[in-house]
Design a protein around this ligand. Sequence first.
Ligand code: PLI
Length: 467
Amino acid sequence: MTVAEPHRIKSVEPLHMPTAAEREEAISRAGYNTFLLRSEEVYIDLLTDSGTSAMSDSQWSALMTGDEAYAGSSSFYRLEEAVRAVYGFQHVVPTHQGRGAEHILSQIAIKPGQYVPGNMYFTTTRAHQELAGGIFEDVIVDEAHDPQSRHPFKGDVDLGKLERLIDRVGAQNIAYVNVAVTVNMAGGQPVSMANLRATHYLCRRHGILLWCDATRCVENAYFIKEREQGYAGRTVASILHEMMAYFDGCTMSGKKDCLVNIGGFLALNDESLLRRARELVVLFEGMPTYGGLAGRDMAAMAQGIHEMVDDAYIAHRVHQVRYLGERLIAAGVPIVEPIGGHAVFVDAARFLPHLPRERFPAQALAAALYLDSGVRAMERGTVSAGRDPNTGRDRIPRLELVRLTIPRRVYTDRHLDVVAESVVGLYRHGESVRGLRMTYEPPTLRFFTARFEPAPEERHLRLCDGK
Ligand code: PLI
């Protein structure tokens, strides 16, 4: 059944397709890193769904009602009401975006040397945990690392792995367990309600706090409605409420599910943690009633929180991502399955089997896609994984992916047809895509600003590697 957009378009933004020569010049200047392209050099921008959503007319009007008082802004109280109603947490600490909340949580809850188990890492989340002296430990189910596994809840925590970690290091050496819903780096994969419940009881038994990275929690709730027995007849809003009840609190990047261009928050129930979070937010972000945001940003986010749990909206959102994924599957393109909630993840390792991991196949494929059609995607593989802080060596994740991320309410299915045609065309001539060599590597979160150049001696490298 066709799922049409549950909105009509009131304002448009023209797109510009750069010429082949312009694209070649642009990607070379950007060091073959799509993060370093200028937006006007891009035709269809699938770099991220973060802060790139279209706001509704109600959100634009909410901006005008923003209360810009330095302290006690009424927009803060509007945000607090929305968080209480939709997430169910009593307290909210606004931050400029998700990583601001991750920073505060890491600083108040991690003692140096403590472990922070999580269902796969996210770049900024782990970076803040490590900055606070924490040690990330991956406790996601094995299926999450297999792009071909069709497990319906590849984001699930492996309770055996978590329990073994607790036995090995002791509950007192675990700062908290951090569960992301959905799991971005696994391909936008959801966590089941049964798994959230079981993780909750396991943590409670050991007196360990359970935190949620709720960045894409509404997409997760929709997958529960679709896939988990007993939830088909429930609203996404009620499923989300139940999910959040298993957590002690959450960090949130409002730039995703909350349908705003900037904003985030920490939400929780515990008064003493709240006090410590507020002590830090004034240092790093701003007064506890604005936390790095303008009043108008909080007003737009409060409105977005109500809109994000509209059943028609979220059904279309997930189906639009699936539309692109299914077109690629039909043409035989290797992608992560099941198709996730915010993006289609192309399996660059299978797409470009001639390139060894040292030649950054996903980075090379993202650059090649831009050259082909002006479509901007993002590497999510070896470059994003960075280096182990203890050994200094490259982390080589099993997943070597290119993410085609769909902003919310921005592109139509016709745009996605153009994307699909370009990806399929490249797949047919994959062997022509050259590997890359890194020429500049920043010390942290290297994927944002690293630079590359085409690797000169592919055949020679492959012979040396014995591959
Ligand atoms: O970009 P922030 O600081 O608002 O949020 C950080 C963040 C936290 N958790 C998860 C799961 C994310 O996906 C996330 C940001 N993601 C980005 C920017 C992305 O492009 O996926």
